[in-house]
Design a binder for this molecule. Structure first.
Ligand code: GDG
Length: 477
């Protein structure tokens, strides 16, 4: 480990995963996914470091280098994984921030642990940052870090980005530790959200809870200004666009269709198995289309990839049972020898296989009850240079703000989901191409590089002086 860094990323997880080779030796591999792909080059260019948990409990690791990145592991005990990660992050904040689609758990022990772990991340970042360094803190697991870090290192420029929705004031208000969390976020110079609505919920909350005035995007503290702004995250469009043109992906896509029995329509869902994703709602709609005869036997196959997620949290265990029961019922009623309408996989897939599945799918069904953005929708669009394919997309996904040419649905309205699924299946090639072309223009322009560079440019540029506070309005900006 060399000296201190002028640019730091602080995230719950490091940018690498440990893999065990067949001979038993361990090695690190860069984690898949857009965030790491977007940020790794910035980190390499700026000789930055990444602070985060390495994924194994009760293990202390020294900082190490991988792939041109400095990695600084933050240790967590098994108890902290349970209380800070599975507990406060995923059983309290996750449901609370997603419209309370599951009841949040409020437990003091979890909160105490969340605070303790956030303090540890802040200390690790404070020790690794050079004078005047820029620090970018990621997501809901680390909302207290900005203020803790500012206290330790007032010289730093601190940005924070929330990947999930920021809830309306009325819902956030329930949180017994609401003031601590808001004050934690206000330690940042720039707080980024997926959508303008999240940023405005946050400003409103600061006014109602702390009496802070704001004007436009800026919240006025006594001695500082905090900027709040939307930066809709995106995907690595050109990497996906290139990948799906490769002969092995094209061949695999054809093979998948044959393996599915060459149905007229292949519908696809790809999600972490999470109760916010509306998996049950879309399967119910598909089941009804089979039942009421809108789809004839053998006409369509629904492939649902449900990647294992947070399996030790009770709500997720229940969800798995519910979904698997539902899949069993629908298949039981409508399958015949050689035809199974729902192909359900509780597995994680290699990146290439996922790309081939996107390419195969005639209709992508994305029906979250609430979602910060939803990268799957944008990945599907990136994979269809053939201009084939329809996207059924929930109005409650952040991506719906940009992808207006999708078949937009209210996932709570089963008739609406059925109707739009049928419209996507019955659309002419011309109609699909018209929609796809516009959506591809959007995703290729606003890709993940642009997301990262717009955030960092905003973080680097100076905010207004606190003196402007005098003219700050108390109305919504
Ligand atoms: C959070 C917010 C926001 C899924 N299964 C496999 C696999 N995936 C990849 C997808 C996609 C990613 O995981 C999922 O991203 P989403 O955006 O859809 O959803 P969350 O995990 O809930 O992400 C969300 C996001 O943060 C970013 O800010 O958009 O709203 O909830 O990239 O492709 N990847 C591989 N195998 C799988 O089986 N390789």
């Amino acid at each position: 480990m060399t000296g201190r860094s002028s640019f730091l990323i602080v995230a719950n997880r490091l940018a690498v995963d440990r893999t065990i080779e067949p001979d038993g030796t361990a090695s690190w591999r860069r984690s898949p996914g857009g965030l790491v792909t977007a940020i790794a080059p910035v980190l390499q260019r700026r000789h930055g470091a990444w602070v985060g948990w390495h994924g194994a409990a009760d293990e202390r690791l020294k900082p190490f280098e991988h792939d041109g990145m400095e990695l600084i592991p933050v240790p967590l005990t098994a108890e902290e994984v349970e209380l800070y990660y599975e507990g406060f992050s995923n059983a309290t904040l996750w449901p609370l921030y997603h419209d309370v689609v599951a009841p949040p758990v409020f437990e003091r022990e979890m909160w105490e642990c969340y605070r303790r772990v956030n303090e540890r991340f802040a200390e690790a970042a404070a020790a690794a940052a050079d004078d005047g360094a820029m620090v970018w803190v990621q997501d809901y697991q680390l909302q207290l870090v900005p203020a803790m870090l500012r206290k330790l290192r007032p010289d730093l420029r601190i940005g924070f980005f929330l990947h999930i929705p920021f809830p309306p004031v009325e819902l956030f208000w329930r949180l017994p530790w609401r003031k601590d969390l808001v004050e934690g976020l206000l330690g940042a110079d720039l707080v980024g959200f997926q959508l303008p609505g999240g940023a405005s919920n946050f400003r409103m909350l600061c006014r109602r809870l702390l009496g802070l005035p704001y004007k436009g995007n800026e919240i006025f503290l006594d001695d500082r200004v905090v900027r709040t702004q939307a930066f809709p995250i995106s995907v690595d469009f050109s990497a996906l666009d290139t990948l799906v043109r490769e002969p092995h992906i094209v061949a695999r896509a054809k093979e998948i269709r044959v393996e599915l029995g060459d149905p007229e329509h292949v519908l696809l869902g790809v999600d972490r198995l999470d109760y916010t994703k509306g998996i049950g709602q879309r399967l119910e709609a598909f089941g009804e289309l089979l039942k009421d005869g809108s789809l004839s036997p053998g006409e369509a196959v629904f492939v649902q990839i449900a990647t294992p997620s947070r399996e030790r949290v009770d709500e997720y265990r229940r969800l798995r049972d519910d979904i698997e029961l539902q899949v069993g019922r629908i298949n039981g009623e409508h399958a015949s020898l050689g035809y199974q309408p729902i192909q359900y996989f509780h597995q994680s897939y290699a990146h290439d296989e996922l790309a081939a599945l996107y390419l195969t799918a005639d209709v992508m069904v994305v029906t979250p009850l609430r979602d910060g953005m939803n990268l799957v929708a944008k990945e599907y669009i990136s994979c269809h240079h053939d201009l084939h394919g329809g996207l059924v997309l929930s109005e409650f996904a952040g991506a719906a703000d940009e992808l207006r040419q999708a078949y937009l649905v209210n996932p709570y309205d089963v008739e609406d989901v059925k109707r739009q699924m049928m419209s996507a299946m019955r659309a002419t090639p011309h109609e699909l191409a018209r929609r796809m072309r516009t959506m591809r223009r959007r995703v290729s322009t606003y890709d993940v590089d642009r997301w990262a560079s717009e955030f960092l440019t905003a973080l680097e540029s100076p905010a207004s002086q606190p003196a402007t506070r005098r003219s700050a309005s108390w109305r919504s900006g």
